[in-house]
Structures are given as C-alpha cells and as structure tokens.
Design a protein around this ligand. Structure first.
Ligand code: UTP
Length: 292
C-alpha cells in the first residue's frame, strides 16, 4: 500500500488549562516556560525534527501570545541588531523561521475532537499528525518520527501509548490491543476506553498526546455525538473509525513529561535544565546542596 506522506501537524491549543490555574487565568498553558522556552515550542521543534513542513494551531480566546511568539518581531530584531547581540538575534529569528504555521479558531471549547474538526479545510484529504502542546517528549528519535515510521509501514491511524501505573490510569484513554509485528511496541487496537477505573482498565497502556490520523476521521468526528460534558471526544471518533479500518497503538521510545500538570511541569523543568550545557553544571551543584 502506498500511503501519502505526512506533512501537516494539528496542534489543538484552545483548552482552558484549568489544571494550571491561576497561571493560566490570563495566559495560555502552551506559553508556560520550561527553562527558557514556552512548552509549545518544544513540541513544534519535535514536529520540525520529524520532518513535518506545516503546522495548524487551533487557538481560542486569550491565545494571542502564541501567534506573537511565532511571528516575526521586527522591532526586537532591529534592537538586537543595533546592539550587536548576534546570538540572540539568531535565536529570535530561528523561532519565526522554524516552520510554516497557520491558525484556526475554535469559538467554543467543545473538546479535543471538536478542535481537530475545526482544521478539516486546512488539512484537506491527506493523513496528518495531531500533537498536544503540553506533552513534551524527549527521545533520541523524535516521538512523531517514530510514529511516522509505523504509519509508513502499516498505513493506518496510530496513537502513541505509554505504560502508566494503575493508580493513574483513570486520567487517560486506555487501549485494549494485541501485539502486532515483532517489536513488542506495536499493538493492533481492539477497543479504547476513556478514563476507566483502575479495575475496569483493559490494560496499562494509556493514550498520550500524539496521533497520526487519516482524513476519514473528519466524517467520524462529524458523526460523533457530544458526551455528557457536552464535548466531542477524539477517542469516541477513533472507536467509530475502528469499525472500518485497523487502528494501531505505538509504545514510543523516550521520556514524556505532562507539562500541563504542575508536578509534570516541575520535573520537565529540572530535567531540561540539567541537560543544558550552559546551566546543567551549576544547577546540578545547586540541587546537590539542598538538604533533602
Ligand atoms: P486537556 O484535556 O488537557 O484540557 O486538553 P485543557 O483545557 O487544555 O487543560 P485542563 O485539563 O483544563 O488543565 C487536551 C488538548 O486539547 C486541547 C487543549 O488545548 C489541549 O492541548 N483542547 C481541549 C482544545 O483545543 N479545545 C477544547 O475544546 C478542549
């Protein structure tokens, strides 16, 4: 089977970020800073490193700083140029040159599935990636690249999964799958359950914020009724899609930080700071000096 190339990534970023209040009262969760970069930039860098060429960000009310961050800032560039700050100038320029970005607005927060549906016209008739801006994944091979490799071999939708301790499983969508291929990392999905109790969870493999979807997901989303909370769930549309084609779960290699919750955010900050050439040494010394 010849599958079309994945070129586009959808970044749903219209959520309210209630788990991070009060920081997210007047600023988007995606713009919270880990060391010196907003968290969405880490994920866009993953998209670029995975070979994607265009990004569609779904925004909502109060999300203007996302657009400003990835836009050209002529005044700032001029100022840095005048002051001879060439290194900073390069950094600032590289942000706006990183990738082609377009925006679509989700007027009402009707859920992740609804946010994806908003991008139908911009995505068109081709397979695409969905990347959630608060899952930062640190891997030797970028997580999305690993998933594209799976898609190129199997041609069907792929969701990223991760083993999660039983006591945390009820925060996730969970797959019921059978091993596929010989890697031990790929599963053919029989079913998916949204936020099951620890006893009812069909496995310990939780769906996290990376997907490769095929354009037939849009019809499935159109047909997906709102749930009890009034939201259109992507998982429910995927269950519908599973009736007509195989769906895969892929246990990626790498470390995932859920930077949309406070503890995950703190862990990400410490780990990324320790990895930095300029900060790692003194920061490690500081951590060692704490009498914990
Ligand atoms: P979350 O479940 O993390 O919700 O959404 P949230 O509102 O961002 O954060 P909390 O849980 O209240 O703290 C998953 C992803 O879907 C996007 C979010 O921006 C996030 O990237 N989303 C969610 C939308 O774009 N629109 C929605 O209506 C809901």
């Amino acid at each position: 089977m010849v599958s079309k190339k994945i070129r586009k990534a959808v970044f749903p970023a219209a959520g309210l970020g209630t788990r991070f209040l009060p920081a997210t009262k007047a600023q988007p969760k995606e713009m919270l800073v880990v060391v010196d970069k907003p968290i969405i930039q880490y994920v866009i860098e993953e998209a670029v490193a995975s070979g994607l060429s265009s990004i569609i960000i779904v925004t909502g009310k109060g999300k203007n700083t996302i657009e400003d961050h990835f836009d050209v800032s002529h005044e700032l560039e001029r100022l840095l140029e005048q002051r001879g700050k060439t290194e900073m100038l390069e950094q600032v320029r590289s942000i706006s040159n990183m990738i082609n970005i377009s925006y679509v607005r989700q007027g009402e927060q009707l859920g992740l599935g609804h946010a994806v549906l908003m991008t139908r016209d911009l995505v068109g008739d081709e397979p695409f990636a969905v990347m959630l801006g608060d899952d930062i994944i640190d891997g030797k091979v970028p997580c999305m690249r690993q998933m594209i490799n799976v898609f190129e071999s199997y041609g069907g939708p792929v969701v990223a999964v991760q083993k999660v301790p039983r006591q945390e499983i009820s925060a996730y969508g969970v797959i019921d799958g059978e091993p596929e291929g010989g890697t031990g990392r790929l599963f053919r999905i029989n079913d998916m359950v949204e936020k099951p109790s620890a006893e009812d969870a069909p496995s310990d493999l939780a769906i996290i914020g990376r997907y490769i979807l095929t354009p037939d997901i849009f019809d499935a989303l159109e047909e997906t009724p709102r749930d009890r909370g009034g939201e259109i769930q992507l998982t429910n549309a995927l269950r519908k899609l599973k009736e007509s084609r195989p769906l895969y779960g892929y246990q990626f290699q790498g470390v995932r930080h859920d930077a949309g919750n406070k503890l995950g955010f703190l862990r990400a900050t410490v780990e990324f700071a320790l990895k930095r050439e300029d900060l790692g040494g003194p920061f490690r010394e500081y951590l060692k000096s704490l009498s914990l």
